[in-house]
Write a protein of this length. Structure first.
Length: 131
């Protein structure tokens, strides 16, 4: 099992989503950005590192949502989502193809990576209380 932390970045009533590049696994699927938790790292520390590497922004983590266990057949991941906000910097994509800021009602229009879908559902149900 691979532990992966991801950021549900909120700003102005919208959520940041990122599209995986053609060279990544699950190409062109949409996801909440983040990455693998390395040995000796906390989930939060991993997320701060990954977002800095992938988007070149610093984040403030607010709270944790429900983790999702998902099997992609060849691997199983435990996806650990955190609500966060950009503290400093402007987004510069280093790995992803694109990003969007969307209202919660627009999220289900995207072609999501399967592990992220339960997070999308939880986010939609909680959104009025998160902003």
């Amino acid at each position: 099992m691979i532990k992966v932390s991801c950021a549900v970045l909120l700003a102005g009533g919208k959520v940041l989503v990122a599209q995986r590049s053609e060279t990544m696994s699950h190409p062109l699927k949409w996801e909440f950005p983040g990455g693998k938790v390395e040995k000796g790292e906390s989930e939060e520390g991993s997320l701060i590192r990954e977002i800095t590497e992938e988007l070149e922004v610093e984040i403030d983590i607010k709270n944790r949502l429900s983790p999702v266990m998902h099997s992609y057949g060849d691997k199983t991941i435990l996806l650990i989502p955190f609500i966060a906000q950009i503290a400093r910097g402007e987004i510069k994509l280093k790995e992803h193809k694109a990003y969007l800021w969307l209202a919660p009602g627009e999220l289900l229009q995207l072609d999501w990576a399967e592990a992220d879908l339960p997070i999308v559902q939880e986010l939609i149900s909680l959104f009025p209380r998160l902003v």
